[in-house]
Design a protein around this ligand. Sequence first.
Ligand code: TXA
Ligand code: MG
Length: 333
Amino acid sequence: MTASPEDIERAAAVLRAGGLVAFPTETVYGLGADAVNPAAVRRVFEVKGRPATHPLIVHLGSAAALDRWAVDVPPAARLLAEACWPGPLTMLLRRSPSVPDVVTGGRDTVGLRVPAHPLALALLERFGGGVAAPSANRFGRVSPTTAADVQADLGSDVDLVLDGGPCQVGVESTIVDLTGAEPEVLRPGGVSFERLEEVLGRPVGLWLGDRDVAAPGTLPAHYAPAARVEVLDDVSAVAERAAQLLVTGRRVAVLAPVALAGLPDGVVELEPAGGPESYARVLYGRLRQADRLGVEVVLAVPPERVGVGVAVRDRLIRAAAAGRAAPGHGSST
Ligand code: TXA
Ligand code: MG
């Protein structure tokens, strides 16, 4: 971690002046703006290339600020805030009238989260207000998990980048909608279904897309590297699929929890990603690495479907869908 107290102070001043600060969280880096400054928030959308209808998460320094941003906060949200904040959980709640439309895309809900990263918390405390921040990547691409990733993606479009080292969780927060009769997960993430159910004492379902929500994290084609991703659950199918692709002259990489035996010569073997938590931490870095190596197809064996493994699988499947939408090229919308 290289950011100093002076860096934090400077970052808070940039936010106060309506500028953009990229900052580390435990999940991925965020591109932050003062959430009550509509012009600053609009610039976030411009820099990301993101449609204005796709709302931003407001990051808070502590759960004590909840009632400034949300109204009709249900008991389930209090329980989750108590148990999971600071942490990789975003709650959708009825927004307070003071939340600008530009943050919520005109919706009557707002996404709130207290991130678990010392630099993020120091910045939020120093700044004092809410920081609206999406992941600090161009729309539709792989989220950044290091300060260098942010620089590579956004360059001089961001006024200041706080370097907090590599993100420890590595995939985005879990988004849970608490505005309906039952809590529903819109995006699996750093807080597992198991944990949500433990805290709430009841089953928690995954939203299956039968509503008019168009949150970009729920678009089928999202979170994609330039390389095409193919998800293979059957480990024994990897070598054969790799061989097929190599014959057609493709540059092929394999990403799996453990090293696989019997892969054909010429395959780029990305360093094994390990179990669910380790896999989540390294996923986006490995996909970026594949792009740097000029890989055209990544054959990905997902981790076990437990804990954050569910979120890893979700991102791999979305990345694969993006590749199908635009062969050989991830979604860049
Ligand atoms: O871990 C994370 O959540 C990271 C870090 C920086 O906090 N942020 C992040 O933000 O992933 P973003 O904007 O890339 O993804 C947030 C998702 C988007 O799909 C957005 O549309 C959805 O949350 N979202 C935010 N507010 C919403 C709302 N009021 N209603 C529906 N969806 C919402
Ligand atoms: Mg994002």
